[in-house]
Design a protein around this ligand. Structure first.
Ligand SMILES: NC(=O)c1ccc[n+]([C@@H]2O[C@H](COP(=O)([O-])OP(=O)(O)OC[C@H]3O[C@@H](n4cnc5c(N)ncnc54)[C@H](OP(=O)(O)O)[C@@H]3O)[C@@H](O)[C@H]2O)c1
Length: 328
């Protein structure tokens, strides 16, 4: 099979096309013919081995390979068709169109991917193409996790910082769906998209700092690792909740203190990306309550350009790599 591989850490140019043996599923696994995979910020961070939060570096380097990557095929979020199922897998069958997460196994940047049948794999709603479906799991699962943990009540004021990215663009839609008044913060080129996704107010962070205004929020969902902690907490109302996607060790310690000794709560748990959450998204997509946000689509041979696009931060939504030859 064809795969996009990288054999050492570095710039997008380390990505190249190569032939790899097609995997075959064990009894508890399924084989998926991948049609599309999202090129995510996390893929770029694993490729370059540069993370916005420094404490990630050592544990991830030990897990992913000290001198070179152990798993040379990136891609944690994908859409495709099941072609084979192991004897123990009852709930999936060849021909099923599925989308989902391969978790830390990655491997979505290849024509075929084997995953345990119990992983988060759900049927693609009929109104979505493979490309659109591949754009959903990362942003949708992480945004749903944060928005649910925030326990948003109708009418609450919710601010999404980094709203134009993969996670933020779903967080805006979900916060709106949960009845919030949504303020989206990102750069100016994303303002029109954010309004279209439902944001009531849009702030260009290069022009204004929401922390300096008198407005206060019930919930801040923060995708930006460099956010100052103290002034973000100050922008919360009493009983407000602050959700951090990218917490540093210092911020985690301060979070425990804030939660313990004030009415405000700071939450930073990683998303479990469960099947139940994916099925919730599937239903929301089917009923048109949320939509996939695709920026550009690249063929496998242009994977390096897909990563450059993600790293340029100019994108509006998800960058998707078309894996199979089928264009849809
Ligand atoms: N905790 C978890 O469970 C979890 C799970 C997955 C990912 N993550 C991490 O969460 C982060 C966000 O993920 P993502 O995929 O959504 O990233 P992304 O797609 O790159 O989105 C980040 C957005 O923030 C904007 N931005 C940058 N600086 C900003 C600032 N100072 N103020 C406001 N907006 C700013 C960026 O736009 P411009 O650059 O154009 O300004 C971009 O639109 C990544 O670092 C990822 O590793 C955490």
């Amino acid at each position: 099979m064809k795969a996009i591989v990288y054999s050492h850490y570095g710039t997008p140019d380390v990505l190249h096309l190569a032939d790899r043996p097609t995997p075959s599923p064990a009894a508890n696994e399924v084989l998926i013919r991948v049609h599309a995979a999202e090129a995510t910020k996390s893929d770029c961070e694993l490729r370059s081995f540069q993370f916005p939060v420094r404490w990630f570096w050592l544990p991830l380097r030990i897990a992913f390979g000290i001198r070179k990557p152990k798993q040379q095929i990136l891609g944690g979020y994908f859409a495709g068709e099941i072609t084979q199922v192991g004897t123990e897998v009852q709930h999936l069958a060849p021909g099923d169109r599925v989308f989902g997460s391969s978790q830390l196994r990655l491997g979505g940047y290849a024509e075929y991917l084997c995953l345990p049948g119990h992983y988060s794999l759900a049927p693609i709603p009929e109104n979505l193409t493979y490309v659109e479906a591949a754009a959903v799991p990362l942003g949708g699962l992480n945004a749903l996790h944060f928005i649910r943990r925030a326990k948003i009540q109708p009418g609450e004021r919710v601010l999404i910082n980094g709203a134009g990215g993969s996670i933020g663009s779903y967080a805006v839609q979900l916060a709106k769906l949960f009845g919030a008044e949504v303020t989206a913060v990102d750069s100016a080129n994303k303002a029109a998209l954010l309004t279209e996704l439902g944001a009531d107010h849009v702030i260009d962070y290069r022009q204004a700092d929401f922390r300096q205004s008198t407005a206060e929020y019930d919930v801040v969902v923060d995708m930006v690792a460099s956010s100052p902690y103290g002034s973000t907490i100050s922008a919360l109302r009493a009983n407000g909740r602050y959700l951090m996607a990218n917490p540093s060790l210092i911020k985690m310690l301060r979070a425990v203190w804030t939660t313990q000794f004030s009415s405000k709560q700071v939450l930073f748990a990683f998303a479990a990306e469960t099947l139940g959450e994916l099925q919730t998204l599937q239903l929301m997509l089917k009923e048109g309550q949320i939509r996939a946000v695709v920026d550009r689509v690249y063929p496998m041979a242009k994977a390096a350009d897909a990563h450059r696009r993600v790293e340029s931060e100019q994108r509006l939504g998800s960058v998707v790599i078309q894996i199979s030859g089928v264009i849809d």
